[in-house]
Design a protein around this ligand. Structure first.
Ligand code: NDP
Ligand SMILES: O=C(O)C1=N[C@H](C(=O)O)C[C@H](O)C1
Length: 263
């Protein structure tokens, strides 16, 4: 059981995960931080009974007041970078699912966590299906000459491409060099061929009605293989988050991606 402060509490993930943790887990949610709904009772925001705890906007003050073991973060990279460092500086472990960090920001968090021996997990995806998709893609990439990634998300997603797509491309490119381009391509509309991660193309679709979906498509001589994962509801992230909350209490270092703790 851990005392947890939820950062980004009023967002889609913050609300879904808080509700689940409050109702079905042994963990104690001791504080709720967001930039919206400040001062409102968080229970009322969730549409359950009053909790007697209001949303606050200053993570450091909430940490000093509530003495948590973990900050659980689903907010936005711009603010989360500073807030994660605030938590670590105050010796509070961090589990973050926020995406959109730059490689330099991740490196700074990694260095601070490792140098000060405070557990910190940043995981671009907590659903077992997405983690398995990445694992299976790492097997398949050895047998196909070409691979591209298509990720599909709801139209309220800020960052593109998704953190999961970047992580997938990173894992694949660490196994195999850039795929060779046989011809000189001409993009008649800039961006038509997608974003480029070390030679791996990533295409981002944003539409209402979608939640979170990813395809990794491999092409070879006379055949293709498509690996696909679909999230239909944000409950899918809960088991991975519970695992991370347990593991981070045993960690004195930085971990990027839940796969290192799972497989
Ligand atoms: N790792 C995983 O498995 C998953 C990761 N995600 C990631 O989690 C993040 C949140 O997703 P989602 O809940 O859909 O997004 P939302 O936009 O619905 O929620 C984010 C919340 O954080 C708030 N916020 C913004 N800046 C700050 C700040 N500086 N301090 C505190 N709160 C802040 C937002 O306020 P405002 O609206 O005013 O900006 C909003 O209320 C995204 O980066 C997303 O990619 C999502 C699903 C799964
Ligand atoms: O914003 C989302 O919704 C999601 N974001 C994460 C990402 O960027 O990979 C994880 C999941 O795809 C849902």
């Amino acid at each position: 059981m851990a005392r947890i402060v939820m950062l980004g509490a009023c967002g889609k993930m913050g609300r879904e995960i808080s509700k689940n943790l409050l109702m079905h887990s042994e963990h104690e949610l001791v504080g709720f931080v967001d930039v919206v709904n400040v001062g409102q009772d968080f229970g009322e925001i969730l549409g359950i009974s009053r909790l007697g705890k209001a949303v606050e906007d200053n993570l450091k003050e909430v940490i000093l007041k509530t003495n948590p073991e973990i900050v659980l973060d689903f907010s936005r990279a711009s603010g989360a970078f500073t807030n994660i460092l605030v938590a670590l500086e105050n010796k509070v472990r961090v589990v973050s699912g926020t995406t959109g960090f730059s490689p330099e920001q991740i490196k700074k968090i990694e260095d601070f966590s490792n140098e000060n021996k405070i557990g910190c997990i940043i995981a671009p995806n907590f659903s077992i299906g997405a983690l398995l998709l990445m694992k299976l893609a790492q097997m398949a990439v050895k047998y196909f000459s070409h691979v591209e990634i298509i990720e599909y998300h709801h139209n309220l997603k800020v960052d593109a491409p998704s953190g999961t797509a970047i992580k997938t491309a990173e894992l694949l490119s660490s196994i195999r060099e850039n795929q060779p381009s046989a011809i000189q391509e001409e993009e008649k509309i800039p961006g038509s061929r997608g974003g480029d991660y070390k030679g791996i193309k990533i295409h981002s679709v944003r539409l209402p009605g979608l939640v979170a979906h990813q395809e990794v498509i491999f092409g070879g001589k006379g055949q293709s293989l498509t690996l696909r994962h679909d999230v239909y509801s944000r409950e899918s992230y809960l088991d991975g988050i519970l695992l991370a909350l347990k593991k981070v209490l045993e960690l004195d270092r930085f971990v990027f991606g839940l796969e290192e703790l799972l497989f």
